[in-house]
Design a protein around this ligand. Structure first.
Ligand SMILES: *Cc1c(COP(=O)(O)O)cnc(C)c1O
Length: 400
């Protein structure tokens, strides 16, 4: 067996180095430990793994293909660009991978309600979908600002039969939705389960969500190897909470030749207060039950954050990313709203693929560096989702 230095993370207390853990009241710690025990139990069971594998294949449509973006590569005149097509998954993004896992776990534990927050609405739709499939009531909390911006996803959640709670406090975006959903969860944590939408929150969520998402990198590594007889030189993904990125990176952590790059939203610029570049400009702290990099104001409160991509505007970030940054195994770079819009339109017009604004951040980084690299180098981008949800917003913004 491999003796990777990444194999045993997190430790038994849920720590990745000094990040992660459970910064929660004792009552909740007990509930989280129960969830962890249930997860450890089903994780190694053949029937669970088989059910999940069947759903990945027949329901999600896995494996998602890797597409060689030849026209984009030619246009940029440097490295070859490849896209891992998570946008082709049922519901249009990577989130369905962990939502199915969480819904099956909820069913196994006999929970009566699944609660969650959503930013772009992708987690909400994916979770409402998984809960419909598994047959569990589902309640989604969403910021009013995001509700207005992400109308198609809001409609889908209603159709899928979940209860939608509009959150108007604070900046009425993702962080406030998290707070609101958490309050509802605290009313009965024995019978409810909080299905966290990324690799964040208290242990065991950063670990479980990573495990469910790691199918992305396992597939991608094998597909790329089979097609090209080698591994990619650079692998990149956008980072909000960090689930699609860690899902992609996990299989490559031991491949020292592979340069891993997470791309954070620089919003209107790192010099403004209007960004969400947590790993780039934040510092170690605590938020939502975990230790991780955090963007804070002078008083130590979470900063109001901004990104053109609703799914990326979060003032914390996954503890494993915080750890990988300090270890130097993954580089974290940024792309602005403007670069993201440019990448969105370019990928649409050169390859006929409309990416999610979130995913467009990773495309933007690749577009920036590809021209500086030789033609025989390969960049693999995790295209985390499709841009249908963003089409009207972008068209209006660009006056199309
Ligand atoms: C939610 C979302 C993200 C951001 O979440 P991570 O946990 O950082 O992956 C990225 N891309 C898409 C398409 C999303 O819906």
């Amino acid at each position: 067996m491999s003796t990777s230095r990444f194999d045993n993370l997190p430790d038994a207390q849920g720590f990745f180095g000094r990040f992660g853990g459970q910064y929660i009241p004792p009552e909740l710690k007990q509930v989280m430990d129960e969830i962890h025990a249930a997860y450890e139990e089903i994780r190694v069971r053949d029937d669970f793994q088989q059910e999940l594998a069947e759903l990945f294949a027949d329901y999600v449509g896995r494996p998602s293909p890797i597409f060689h973006a030849r026209r984009l590569s030619e246009k940029l005149g440097g490295a070859q660009i490849h896209l891992k097509r998570e946008d082709l998954n049922h519901t249009g993004a990577h989130k369905i991978n962990h939502c199915l896992g969480e819904a099956l776990l909820a069913k196994f534990m006999g929970k009566t309600k699944v609660i969650a927050e959503t930013g772009a609405g992708q987690h909400g739709v994916a979770l409402a979908t998984a809960c419909a499939l598994v047959g569990i009531p589902c309640e989604i909390h969403m910021g009013q600002v995001d509700i207005e911006k992400e109308h198609p996803n809001v409609t889908k959640m209603k159709i899928l039969g979940c209860k939608l709670v509009a959150v108007t406090r604070g900046t009425a975006t993702l962080k406030d939705a998290v707070d609101s959903a958490f309050e509802e969860y605290l009313k009965d944590p024995q019978n409810y389960i909080y299905a966290i939408g990324s690799v964040v929150g208290p242990h065991p969520f950063p670990k479980m969500v990573r495990d469910f998402q790691s199918i992305i990198g396992r597939e991608a590594r094998e597909q790329f190897q089979a097609r090209h007889g080698r591994l990619p030189d650079h692998v990149t993904a956008c980072v909000g909470g960090g689930s699609n990125a860690i899902g992609m990176f996990t299989a490559f952590l031991d491949d020292e030749s592979v340069h891993l790059v997470g791309v954070e939203p620089a919003g209107e610029g790192l010099e403004t207060q209007r960004h969400s570049a947590t790993l780039t400009l934040g510092k170690p702290g605590e938020i939502h039950g975990m230790a991780c990099y955090v963007l804070e104001d002078e008083q130590g409160n979470p900063m109001p954050v901004h990104s053109i991509a609703s799914g990326l505007d979060y003032p914390g970030v996954g503890p494993q990313h915080s750890y990988l940054k300090e270890l130097g195994r993954v580089d974290y770079e940024c792309a602005t709203d403007a670069e993201c819009l440019d990448a969105f339109l370019t990928l649409s017009r050169v390859e006929g693929i409309i990416p999610a604004l979130e995913s467009a951040h990773a495309v933007a980084w690749a577009m920036r560096v590809a021209p500086t690299l030789p033609k025989d180098q390969h960049i693999l981008i995790n295209l985390s989702g499709r841009g249908d949800k963003d089409a009207d917003y972008v068209a209006e913004k660009l006056g199309l």
